[in-house]
Design a binder for this molecule. Structure first.
Ligand code: IMP
Ligand code: MG
Length: 186
C-alpha cells in the first residue's frame, strides 16, 4: 500500500465530528469555573490517568483560576476473562500524599467503568479530604460495573470515538475535536 492510500484510509476512518472544538471549549471553560468556585482557598490536586486525558487535563487546568496541583498516574486493571479481579496495578503513581488534598480525577471517557471503579477505590483508601470524578465523555450504555462520575461534560451513545486525547491504536489523539470512528471495512 502506498503512503497516499494509507493517508486516505486514515482520514476516511473519521466518520463525523461528534463534539466540536467550540462545544468542547465552552464545556471545559464552564467546568473550570465550577472547580474554581467550589474549591476556592482549599488544596486541590487534579489527577489524570494517562494517556487519554492529557489533552483534557491541559485545557481544563488552564480554565482553573485558583491554585491547584497536578498529578498523573498510569493504571492497569487485571481481569479474569471478563470479570475484574479487583486488582489494579499502578505502573506510575502520583507523588503527593493525597490525605492533604481535595482530589479531582480528570478522565477522558468512562466506558465499562472498570478502570475508574478500581482507581477510585484505591485512591479513597488513601483518605483524601474529598474525591470527585470529572469525565469529558460518558458512555453509560456500555457500563459493566456500577460507576457514576460526579460530572460528565458530554454523554454519548455507544460509539467508538477518537480525538482530543482519545486514540485508536495510538493514533488520532491529536485531533482537536471528538470524532466517531469508522470501524467498518473501507
Ligand atoms: P473502562 O471504563 O474501564 O472500560 O475504560 C475506559 C478506557 O477505555 C478509557 O480511559 C479509554 O482509554 C478506553 N476507551 C473506552 N472507550 C473508548 C473510545 O470510544 N475511544 C477510545 N478509547 C476508549
Ligand atoms: Mg484512558
Amino acid at each position: 500500500m502506498s503512503m497516499i492510500d494509507s493517508m486516505e484510509k486514515f482520514e476516511k476512518r473519521i466518520k463525523r465530528v461528534l463534539v466540536s472544538e467550540e462545544q468542547i471549549r465552552e464545556a471545559v471553560k464552564q467546568t473550570g469555573k465550577e472547580i474554581s468556585d467550589s474549591y476556592d482557598g482549599q488544596p486541590i490536586l487534579l489527577v489524570s490517568i494517562l494517556k487519554g486525558a492529557f489533552v483534557f487535563m491541559a485545557d481544563l487546568c488552564r480554565e482553573i483560576t485558583v491554585p491547584c496541583e497536578i498529578g498523573f498516574m498510569c493504571a492497569k486493571s487485571y481481569y479474569n476473562g471478563t470479570v475484574s479481579t479487583g486488582i489494579v496495578k499502578i505502573t506510575m503513581d502520583i507523588e503527593q500524599d493525597i490525605s492533604k488534598y481535595h482530589v479531582v480525577i480528570v478522565e477522558d471517557i468512562i466506558d465499562t467503568g472498570r478502570t475508574l471503579n478500581d482507581v477510585v477505590k484505591m485512591l479513597k483508601s488513601r483518605n483524601p479530604l474529598s474525591l470527585r470524578v470529572i469525565t469529558l465523555l460518558d458512555k453509560p450504555e456500555r457500563r459493566l460495573v456500577e460507576f457514576n462520575p460526579d460530572k460528565a461534560l458530554f454523554t454519548i451513545p455507544d460509539y467508538f470515538v477518537v480525538g482530543y486525547g482519545l486514540d485508536c491504536g495510538e493514533y488520532y489523539r491529536n485531533l482537536p475535536y471528538i470524532a466517531e470512528y469508522n470501524e467498518e471495512e473501507i
